[in-house]
Design a protein around this ligand. Structure first.
Ligand code: AMP
Length: 595
């Protein structure tokens, strides 16, 4: 049982043409409904532009050059022709489509006969299998094998099919189907409760596997899904408040408070001697941190465990912590050994989710802390986060300023209640972050998604001069604009932004973006950047929280400025939410009134 690849492609074309999120979800649901359960996982992975869940780290290992060679070989044209077309249109998919259709017209055959190909309709199963073989080809001759596998796939494909295969191969689908969109579609297609689906997804973020389970056994299929060492769970997130008194008010007047370290969040899985480090967006970042791997081996007296913490860069000559940017320098270096020496790190742990066969996520905070303490041998490289329990606002404030003077961003206050479980994937009130004061200045930064670009002029000609930014609304899985930002970018930043956004360029507003402004160029919502502004104001131009404060107006950030910080560690769905901006606005108003 299989589905014709042409059917998948037809839906992708329709999805690409729509600007309505509801239409997008309906199209996807329709496709999933008619896909046989045996291949539903493959369809789902393909829609997401992957072969396996991203945390498995399986890569095709095919760069543009190789892909161009495969296309050229399949259609019997010189690689330079394909390359030229690609440079002209900026989309390898379109270049492949053109090459395929010209070859068809000419009746040229490349290495395989098109007549034969017509008879041999591609199925999703076949496409997946070939791509999987491409990804797993290794050792001597792997490159050639990859090219010949791909070129046979292209030779069998219709022009439209070739377009999506090419885009998939170079990792630039330009569709912006996100996990949440697919969960909606799955819930609709298989009549499974949306919340149950999301819960399963937080515990085991593999939409392919979830799709397959429910396609085969309906909601029952979700029962077998549980926390599994080796498989990252969606991290718990924190709400934010700006005064110690509000925080203690929310947390029953007693809070466990910890320094908020300015590094990279790490979810670390240890299974015997094997250690894996996952980022906040659940990518396998083990390769970048061999030192962290050995720290964990040396300091955790557990056979199987999942712990969470922050990897922080420090200056070995003073022992002082360094900001997140330093860590990013390290990650950009190719030579890991050298990077490790130049930018040493410490591991600061703050939670434990699994220990030797037992899932701990349903335990209250203090029990999890106790379990962590029972197996952690602290040393110079690994230790628990600095903490204190506070009932008194002034003492909490002193702790907060101490954290700032230690190079931390502030503190995170955690609930000590009986129900203080580890809420996977949730941004609830069990954890509250306390950063700088809001006052009337917008002291805190926000992480926003780039959804549009405006052409630059003068020195910025040929690049983008400004960007349209949006906040995320989890209840509609959409992005709402909140400012246009042009300041804070160095010349280097502008070039980098251009390069990062190029593969995300689309010719109309993305269906998950809600905007009244019309930028010159639209992007698939993917890239997150950090921004700070003077304050949050009301504006009729932006759609963020439209009508929440006053009819017909939304929220906007006044005088926004890029902080220089690319939040590539965040998925767009982890950007600042519209709800957070509304809270910030309300708080700012209260502070102003008090003054
Ligand atoms: P934010 O990224 O501003 O939403 O703040 C939450 C982040 O703070 C988490 O994702 C962690 O990466 C980081 N963090 C630093 N220290 C701690 C801590 N002690 N407990 C929890 N999160 C922490």
């Amino acid at each position: 049982m299989d589905i014709r690849f042409a059917e998948v492609v037809k839906v992708l074309e329709n999805v690409e043409a729509t600007t309505q999120r509801t239409v997008m979800a309906r199209l996807l649901a329709g496709l999933l409904r008619k896909t046989p359960p045996q291949v539903v996982d493959k369809v789902v992975y393909f829609l997401l532009g992957d072969l396996r869940p991203p945390w498995e780290g399986l890569e095709l290992g095919v760069g543009e050059k190789l892909a161009i060679r495969a296309i050229a070989r399949a259609y019997g044209v010189p690689a330079s022709r394909v390359e030229d077309a690609y440079r002209r249109v900026g989309d390898l998919g379109e270049a492949a489509r053109r090459a395929a259709s010209e070859a068809r017209k000419k009746g040229a055959t490349g290495i395989l006969s098109f007549v034969q190909a017509e008879a041999r309709h591609l199925t999703m199963g076949r496409v997946y299998e070939v791509l999987y073989r491409v990804a797993t080809a290794s050792g001597e001759g792997a490159q050639d094998l990859k090219v010949s596998l791909l070129s046979s796939l292209f030779a069998d494909a219709s022009p439209e099919e070739a377009k999506y295969i090419a885009r998939f191969v170079v990792g630039k689908m330009r569709i912006g189907i996100a996990d949440m969109t697919l969960l909606d579609a799955l819930s609709d297609a298989f009549n499974v409760d949306r919340e149950a689906l999301e819960k399963a997804y937080h515990v085991y973020p593999d939409i392919g596997r979830i799709a397959r389970s429910i396609a085969e056994s309906g909601e029952e299929g979700l029962k077998g899904i549980s926390v599994t060492p080796g498989v990252p769970v969606q991290p718990m997130l924190a709400q934010r408040l700006s005064t110690a008194s509000e925080i203690l008010g929310k947390l029953d007047r007693k809070a466990w408070c910890e320094y908020k370290y300015d590094g990279e969040r790490a979810q670390i899985h240890k299974v015997g001697d094997r250690v894996k480090v996952f980022s906040r967006r659940l990518e396998d970042i083990t390769g970048a941190y061999p030192d962290v791997v050995s720290y964990v081996r040396d300091s955790l007296a557990a056979d199987t465990a999942i712990v969470e913490g922050e990897i922080v860069a420090y200056d070995p000559s003073t022992g002082d912590f360094l900001p997140f940017q330093e860590l990013m320098h390290r990650k950009r270096k190719h030579n890991v050994e050298e990077a490790m020496r130049e930018y040493p790190v410490k591991l600061i742990l703050f939670d434990m989710l699994y220990l030797d066969g037992r899932t701990l996520t349903d335990l209250p905070l203090l029990d999890r802390k106790a379990m962590l303490a029972s197996v952690l041998n602290e040393n110079d490289n690994v230790r628990h986060a600095d903490w204190g329990i506070f009932v008194d606002e002034e003492k909490l404030d002193v702790f907060f300023y101490e954290a700032l003077s230690e190079g931390c961003e502030g503190v995170i206050c955690k609930s000590l209640a009986g129900g203080s479980v580890y809420e996977m994937g949730a941004r609830g009130w069990l954890w509250i972050k306390y950063k700088r004061d809001y006052r009337s200045e917008m002291g805190d930064t926000v992480d926003l998604v780039v959804v549009g670009g405006f052409h630059g002029r003068g020195k910025r000609a040929g690049l983008y001069g400004a960007f349209l930014l949006a906040a995320y609304d989890p209840s509609t899985d959409s992005f709402y604009t909140v400012c246009k930002v042009g300041s804070g970018f160095t010349d280097e930043d502008l070039v980098r932004m251009y390069q990062m956004l190029e593969p995300l360029r689309i010719d109309h507003r993305h269906p998950r973006v809600v905007s009244k402004m019309e930028p010159h160029v639209w992007f698939v919502p993917e890239l997150v950047i950090e921004v700070v502004g003077a304050e949050i104001t009301l504006s009729p131009l932006h759609t963020c929280c439209m009508g929440s404060v006053k009819p017909g107006v939304g929220l906007a950030i006044r005088f926004p400025r890029f902080t220089g910080r690319y939040r590539t560690d965040k998925r767009p769905e982890q950007a600042t939410t519209v709800g957070e901006l509304l809270d910030m606005y309300a708080r700012q108003k209260r502070v102003k009134a008090a003054e």
